[in-house]
Design a protein around this ligand. Structure first.
Ligand code: ZN
Length: 225
């Protein structure tokens, strides 16, 4: 660490060695810290050996301040981000900005599997209600049961609040559908409307290229026009 902070060295442009053809330049790199950074980067989704190498050398060329900002930003999301205790969205304040927003329709709860699903729905600008993040789906083969999700908290919200409608916006997968059916049965006794987003043909799809399951969903879910 101290060596890289030596005067003149941080600004020095470190030459990037040419990787041997078909080889993995850093795996047997004698500089252990560089090799370690690359192996850490490779744990990130979508980052393979070549990308990890490019990022590692990019960081090496950066100033120490820039590298510290990157390291600080990584630690900040671990230290500052928590789950909202109402909807389980990721947030730095509890309740989150969505739950604290009085102009949202708190009688309408959109149930999603993950925070990233919430972001996708929110990006449409069409949701005026609030959310509930399940933090996954029921997947017995992966050892995830109903008790591992935030289902009890959702039921408590519906029981204690003045909720008009719960929209089960889960992924249209076997696990998502199974989880939605489970939720539907639990919510059936709670005097609340339960719905789910339309499914079937994606906008722009031509019928001849649609899969059978897409067509089945579209046919069953047809609506008046
Ligand atoms: Zn919230």
């Amino acid at each position: 660490m101290a060596a890289w902070a030596a005067p003149g060295l941080a600004a020095h442009r470190v030459a990037q060695p040419q990787p041997r053809s078909g080889g993995d330049a850093l795996n047997d790199h004698p500089i252990q810290s560089l090799s370690e950074l690359k192996s850490q980067l490779q744990k990130l989704p979508g980052i393979g050996p070549r990308s990890a190498e490019r990022v590692a050398f990019h960081i090496l060329r950066e100033s120490r301040d820039e590298a510290a900002q990157l390291a600080g930003a990584i630690l900040a999301i671990k230290d500052r981000i928590i789950h909202c205790r109402t909807c389980y969205n990721l947030t730095e304040a509890d309740p989150c900005a969505l739950c604290a927003n009085a102009s949202r329709d708190h009688k309408e709860i959109w149930v999603v599997e993950q925070p990233k699903d919430l972001l996708a729905l929110e990006a449409t600008g069409l949701i005026h209600g609030v959310y509930h993040v399940l933090m996954g789906h029921i997947a017995p083969l992966e050892g995830v049961g109903a008790g591992d999700l935030t289902i009890d908290a959702l039921l408590d919200r519906v029981r204690s609040g003045d909720v008009r409608e719960v929209i089960l916006a889960l992924n249209p997968t076997i696990e998502g559908d199974g989880t939605a059916l489970h939720l539907q049965s639990l919510l059936a006794d709670l005097n609340v409307r339960v719905s789910r987003p339309a499914r079937g043909l994606a906008v722009g799809t031509q019928l001849e290229y649609a899969t059978v399951s897409m067509l089945e969903s579209a046919i069953r879910g047809r609506s008046p026009m």
